[in-house]
Design a protein around this ligand. Structure first.
Ligand SMILES: *[C@@H]1O[C@H](CO)[C@@H](O)[C@H](O)[C@H]1NC(C)=O
Ligand SMILES: *[C@@H]1O[C@H](CO)[C@@H](O)[C@H](O)[C@H]1NC(C)=O
Ligand SMILES: *[C@@H]1O[C@H](CO)[C@@H](O)[C@H](O)[C@H]1NC(C)=O
Length: 349
């Protein structure tokens, strides 16, 4: 018998060492891959989120700029007059231009690159603006807001008007009646409401029934997280069909208490109540929203609770107000609804 050779022993050790080294190496590579994949995903979603906020932030900046510039700043008017004097032809900005603009602002690219995008690469205009911006160079040009402000200040009246139109289209309904006004102010208010009142609120005891402001209707992420499948839009100014995959009921022609008491409107209320019930039967969740989530949207919830839970107007209103304290339905419309569909119940079969 030979004593075990130290060499073979060490060989065995080496082998097991290299095995464990290999195992360790694969483990490390695998974890690295997982780590990288996870980081990429979370960075992407972080970016998408940042992107979203940035666009709204930018809309607010543009809006504030617009309000400020309406206060007829002398220097600005002069700049605009000169800029307009060039009469450069350019194509109409599109939503993509708006998106590009905010991406550039986000990336803090130079003012002139930004202007190139906006002003359709017209050399005369750009030369003029470059000269102008060199002359006016400020110390804090690195801030994206400053870049945006100065880009706007130097763009023509038309370009400014079109950027504002884009914001309005992005945050309010394109087919709102004129007198209701999809103005820059309503777009900015919708953005504000998204940040201050941007969650659909569930009615206590009714897991499929939600109410919200226009802000909640713009909050795609939250609607999807809450698994909301159906939305009733009562506001002429709010955008409908904001989120793909959600089914919308866009109620036409109702603005206020008076509208809501017309026979056609009570009929629309009835249809909306049935839309809610169909959602429940299909296992979905529905949000009723108007602009503030106070009058029209709540009127629907109360009508629904009257019909399908046998509640009185006051009782249903109190229940909704438990989770939505500003709830203030149009009682007259509800009385008409009750009289027409819940008592003399002919057309409801
Ligand atoms: C939404 O649906 C998903 C998948 O069915 C579920 O895991 C989640 O808990 C739901 N969220 C809410 C708020 O109901
Ligand atoms: C939301 O509904 C109102 C009323 O029907 C409508 O005027 C508005 O256009 C809708 N939004 C969109 C984008 O369809
Ligand atoms: C909601 O209803 C209340 C009381 O009926 C009324 O004073 C208020 O103006 C309404 N709000 C809107 C936005 O129509």
């Amino acid at each position: 018998m030979f004593p075990p050779s130290p060499r073979s022993n060490s060989l065995r050790l080496d082998l097991s060492d290299s095995n464990s080294r290999r195992a360790m190496t694969s483990f490390i590579s695998l974890s690295t891959v997982i780590l990288v994949v996870v980081s990429i995903f979370s960075w992407r979603s972080h970016l998408q989120h940042t992107d979203f906020i940035a666009r709204e932030r930018m809309a607010l900046v543009v809006g504030n700029f617009h309000r400020e510039s309406e206060r007829a700043d002398e220097g600005l008017t002069e700049t605009l007059a000169e800029t307009d004097g060039h009469h450069v032809e350019r194509s109409t900005p599109t939503l993509e231009d708006f998106n590009e603009l905010y991406e550039h602002v986000l990336a803090k690219q130079t003012e002139n690159e930004l202007l190139r995008k906006m002003l359709d690469k017209k050399q005369g205009m750009i030369d003029f603006l470059e000269k102008k911006s060199k002359a006016n160079k400020k110390a804090d040009q690195s801030s994206s807001e400053t870049i945006l402000m100065s880009a706007l200040a130097k763009s023509s009246h038309d370009v400014k008007g079109e950027i504002i139109d884009l914001i309005v289209k992005e945050y309010t309904s394109p087919d709102s009646p004129d007198d209701e006004g999809t103005t820059l102010d309503s777009a900015l208010e919708a953005i504000d409401l998204k940040h201050t009142d941007g969650e659909a609120i569930q009615v206590k005891g009714f897991p499929f029934l939600y109410v919200g402001s226009v802000g909640a209707s713009l909050n795609k992420e939250s609607l999807l997280n809450k698994n909301i499948t159906h939305v009733v839009n009562w506001s002429n100014s709010a955008r409908c069909n904001v989120v793909d995959g959600i089914e919308y009921l866009c109620v036409r022609g109702i603005r206020d208490r008076t509208d809501m008491s017309r026979p056609e409107s009570v009929e629309e209320l009835r249809d909306a109540v049935e839309f809610v019930e169909r959602t429940r039967l299909a296992g979905g969740k529905v949000m009723s929203h108007c602009w503030y989530g106070k009058n029209r949207s709540v009127t629907l919830l109360v009508a629904y609770l009257m019909k399908y839970s046998g509640m009185e107007i006051g009782e249903a209103t109190d229940l909704v107000a438990e989770t939505r304290p500003i709830a203030d339905p149009y009682v007259k419309s509800l009385e008409l609804y009750r009289d027409r569909y819940l008592i003399n119940d002919d057309s409801n079969a």
